[in-house]
Write a protein that binds this ligand. Structure first.
Ligand SMILES: NC(=O)c1ccc[n+]([C@@H]2O[C@H](COP(=O)([O-])OP(=O)(O)OC[C@H]3O[C@@H](n4cnc5c(N)ncnc54)[C@H](O)[C@@H]3O)[C@@H](O)[C@H]2O)c1
Length: 404
């Protein structure tokens, strides 16, 4: 059985999840040949935990790609504003990649990545891990098979709990210039899933966003440990250390960082607190989607009504209720999944990525054009929010021409 020579650009939380799953699934058949991170300490820790003494360590991804052009695969997961350059360079060298979502932090960078991909022979697995979960695969299948009939409305939301919310205040995720804002960073997954479930394109959008709660409060902060609110604030790492159940946010405990206790009110983030959008799709399907930071737990729910019934899904409990037309008692579908993060998707996506390295005809669940669509839709929602207008989404159509 063959060995896979892999490179990792960025040694942060996401690539650590991938490395851990790959090691568990493929053992020594995974050769971590080269890694790169501008934070030397993060790279060294990654090397010790997942690599071997000969794993090459770089601070500059250009050197990694130049020196390791024959890698079987490259996992690219730096912050969003740093996706473009390594992705384009990997595609120019025909290297197969697992490229993290969102495609990039602005439309121009997204389009340049898509152009480079179109010119390349690289196969790409986009980091849309929720596409690989039994929960969303079941919903996509049920809708595709006509269980709810013709879809008329879809409502979905994502509410981030204290831990996931805190990374939007305490890390690079707090800056629009790095993330492309809250909707893109947190919910390009959800927009992609909505596109996949409906199988048709969005045609116009309107949106409202607010940034009015996580604002400076005099006398609080600047660090939890010296704050007057440290015993009561939902974001207090002092309180978390005493009371926090690390399973509470469905396996997001890789984001619990007790050493980073910046005040979530008195930091200098500029992403939205919350945002709601109405999106009209082809065929008259009406979609509403909301995201909010600062909920009590992490939650994703979806509610789809069609001509034959209604489907209500709760990702946190892995439960789907289906109400056939004219019945009060739902069919109760309990979804089982592998014991890995993101509702089991984390281990399925790594297997799919490895399969893509062996199979030249491999088509990923979420293609690069899907990532482009979800990103362009997020940017358009943000533009509609800022302009206070209903905007058409006609440019999505050109995306179909991009190869699978
Ligand atoms: N698919 C998912 O569900 C999912 C989940 C989490 C994160 N992500 C995505 O993964 C990416 C990384 O997120 P994360 O949570 O790992 O962030 P993180 O902050 O934990 O890690 C980012 C790492 O990138 C490193 N870095 C910064 N600049 C670099 C550069 N020029 N070259 C190499 N490394 C550099 C940092 O030092 C850090 O170690 C983001 O795009 C995020 O949206 C996806």
């Amino acid at each position: 059985m063959r060995t896979y020579n892999l490179g990792f650009i960025a040694c942060g939380a996401r690539n650590r999840v991938y490395a851990r799953n790959l090691r568990r699934q493929y053992g020594e058949r995974i050769n971590i040949a080269a890694i790169c991170d501008t934070d030397r300490g993060a790279a060294e820790e990654f090397k010790i935990e997942f690599g071997h003494p000969d794993t090459a360590v770089y601070a500059d991804f250009r050197e990694l790609i130049t020196n390791h052009q024959s890698l079987d695969g490259l996992l690219i997961a730096p912050p969003n504003h740093l996706h473009e350059e390594p992705a384009v360079m990997a595609f120019e060298h025909g290297i197969h990649t697992l490229l993290e979502k969102p495609l990039a932090h602005n439309p121009e960078a997204c389009n340049r990545i898509a152009e480079a991909y179109s010119r390349s022979t690289s196969r790409v697995t986009m980091g849309f891990v929720l596409r690989y979960t039994p929960f969303y695969r079941t919903i996509i299948k049920m809708v595709n098979e006509g269980k709810v009939g013709q879809v008329k409305t879809l409502h979905a939301d994502e509410i981030a709990g204290p831990v996931l919310s805190s990374v939007f205040f305490r890390t690079w995720r707090g800056k629009r210039a790095y993330t492309g804002d809250l909707l893109l960073e947190k919910c390009c997954h959800d927009l992609d899933l909505i596109n996949a479930i409906l199988g048709v394109n969005p045609i116009r959008v309107s949106a409202f966003g607010r940034r009015d709660h996580y604002l400076p409060v005099q006398g609080w902060g600047p660090r939890c440990k010296e704050c007057t609110e440290k015993d009561t604030c939902a974001f207090s790492t002092v309180l978390w250390a005493r009371t926090f159940d690390q399973t509470i946010e469905n396996g997001v405990n890789e984001y619990v960082d007790f050493s980073n206790d910046k005040c979530v009110y008195n930091d200098d983030h500029d992403v939205m607190d919350r945002q709601s959008q109405l999106i009209e799709y082809e065929g008259g399907v009406l979609v509403s989607f909301s995201v909010a930071l600062g909920g009590p737990q992490h939650r994703r729910t979806i509610d789809i009504t069609g001509t034959q019934g209604r489907l209500v899904g709760d990702f946190a409990t892995n439960r789907i209720l289906f109400y056939a037309m004219g019945t009060e008692t739902p069919e109760d579908i309990k979804i089982e999944h592998e014991p890995s993060g993101h509702g089991g998707g984390d281990s399925v996506i790594t297997r799919s990525f490895i399969e893509s390295l062996d199979d030249s005809d491999h088509v990923s669940d979420a293609k690069l054009k899907d990532a482009l669509k979800s990103a362009l839709l997020a940017f358009r929602c943000d533009e509609a929010r800022d302009r206070g207008e209903v905007l058409p989404v006609t440019f999505i159509k050109g995306v179909e021409a991009i190869r699978d």
